[in-house]
Design a protein around this ligand. Structure first.
Ligand SMILES: Nc1ncnc2c1ncn2[C@@H]1O[C@H](COP(=O)(O)OP(=O)(O)O)[C@@H](O)[C@H]1O
Ligand SMILES: [Mg+2]
Length: 398
């Protein structure tokens, strides 16, 4: 039997676990899965260790039982507004007399790019190498090429050490070690786009329950990632407050009648709250539901547009916007995304060859995590195991 990897997402709406077995040529060999309601998590961060742990452990147990095998290593996603990121450029003058780039020049440029120290309570989650530039020209591998100034940029993702440590302890409580921590945006991005999409340039937006994660790819590399603390739960809350209905009904009104924009045809139409007039049902205005939803969706895309200012030129984003996460099922979301960000948008296609139940945008992150786990870090450019290793080394004190 080959190694069994567990992909674990401690989500705001659900704890999701996929088990996969490493087999050559099969990037998504799912052998078991468990998904269970989430408690104790808000906006992607733990707010109640005990109840969140219980739910995560149940989900892992379900996945192991369905597979009939035990997990050996965990790939864990991390999200929340504690995640930060920055782009750091390193450069080196080519040292040889004949202007040919040698290993030492490359090492100096990389070292400079990674020099930035974080504050004490922050750790690096990823160092993502972007293309080298030699005298301003992009090159894949600068070794042995002629030039005088070598530059390399890194998009680094950092997070709050305590928040990440708490997540690791949840997994340790089941008797498992976390091998790799991966930002949710990068996990979703990996599964929502193809290598060709990333090469052409793409923006992946994972509209989850508590938060929205995004990653922007340029020239095949993740050039920016981020988390906006607005998700589907906010739409539900707004409906609940605005229409004075409880959360459970608000959630089903959103799924049945919600839309990301509001049109004239919505005037005057009323919908039933419960669908059963005999038991004192109430009717509510469909327009009111859609207005509430549209306002929050507009706010989300306004924040995205501000955070991505300067990154959205269509020339660099040939593959456009790929929407995923449960919130991407909201009707009209692609139209709103497209007009707010000025790029073509579509719902991401998830890979075929997996059971239909998992071909759901809510599973994008765990599918991406499993893909990372089963293909091995070396092949999943741009995420470098070094950055993750270093982050974990600090956490585990190794
Ligand atoms: N058909 C739908 N229309 C609108 N929102 C939906 C729909 N289906 C699911 N959602 C929303 O998607 C969110 C769950 O997405 P998910 O990606 O699983 O979140 P997370 O990973 O943060 O737990 C919830 O807020 C849910 O209401
Ligand atoms: Mg998610």
């Amino acid at each position: 039997m080959n190694k069994i990897i567990a992909a674990v997402e401690i989500g705001t709406s659900k704890m999701k676990v996929l088990l996969g077995e490493i087999r050559s040529q099969q990037a998504l060999n799912v052998v078991g899965f468990g998904s269970i309601e989430s408690f104790g998590v808000k906006k992607g961060e733990l707010v109640n260790f005990k109840v969140a742990s219980e739910q995560v452990h149940l989900a892992i147990d379900l996945a192991e039982k369905s597979a009939g095998v035990q997990a050996e290593e965990v790939y864990l996603s991390v999200t929340g507004s504690h995640l930060g990121g920055s782009f750091n450029l390193g450069s080196a003058r080519v040292s040889s007399a004949d202007n040919v780039v040698v290993r030492n020049d490359v090492a100096r440029a990389i070292e400079e790019a990674k020099r930035k120290e974080l504050l004490d309570d922050r750790i690096y989650v990823h160092f993502i190498q972007n293309p080298f530039h030699l005298d301003g020209r992009p090159v894949e591998d600068p070794l042995n090429l002629q030039g005088s100034l070598l530059e390399v940029g890194y998009w680094s993702v950092d997070g709050d050490e305590k928040v990440i440590k708490d997540l690791l302890h949840v997994i340790n409580g089941y008797g498992l070690e976390v091998g790799h921590v991966i930002a949710s945006s990068l996990a979703s991005g990996e599964i929502a786009t193809s290598r060709a999409d990333r090469k052409a340039g793409a923006l992946v937006i994972d509209f989850g329950a508590g938060a929205t994660d995004y990653v922007l790819y340029r020239d095949g590399c993740a050039a920016k990632t981020g988390v906006v603390p607005i998700g589907g739960d906010h739409l539900t809350n707004d409906i609940s407050m605005g229409l004075r209905v409880d959360e459970r009904h608000a959630e089903s009104l959103k799924k049945e009648h919600g839309r990301a924009f509001c049109g004239e045809e919505d005037d005057d139409l009323r919908v039933w709250l419960i669908g059963n007039k005999m038991i004192g049902d109430r009717d509510v205005s469909r327009k009111a539901i859609r207005q509430v939803v549209a306002a929050r969706v507009e706010e989300l895309f306004q924040i995205l547009a501000e955070e991505l200012e300067g990154y959205l030129e269509p020339d660099h984003l040939g593959s456009g916007i790929h929407l995923t996460g449960g919130g991407s099922l909201l009707p009209g979301i692609t139209e709103v995304a497209s007009s707010a960000l000025g790029l073509p948008a579509k719902r991401a296609e998830l890979p075929t060859g997996i059971v239909e139940e998992l071909r759901n945008p809510e599973f994008a992150t765990v599918l991406g995590l499993l893909h990372f786990g089963l293909t091995g870090q070396s092949q999943v450019n741009p995420v470098r195991s070094k950055g993750i290793g270093r982050a974990l080394a600090k956490i585990f004190g190794r």
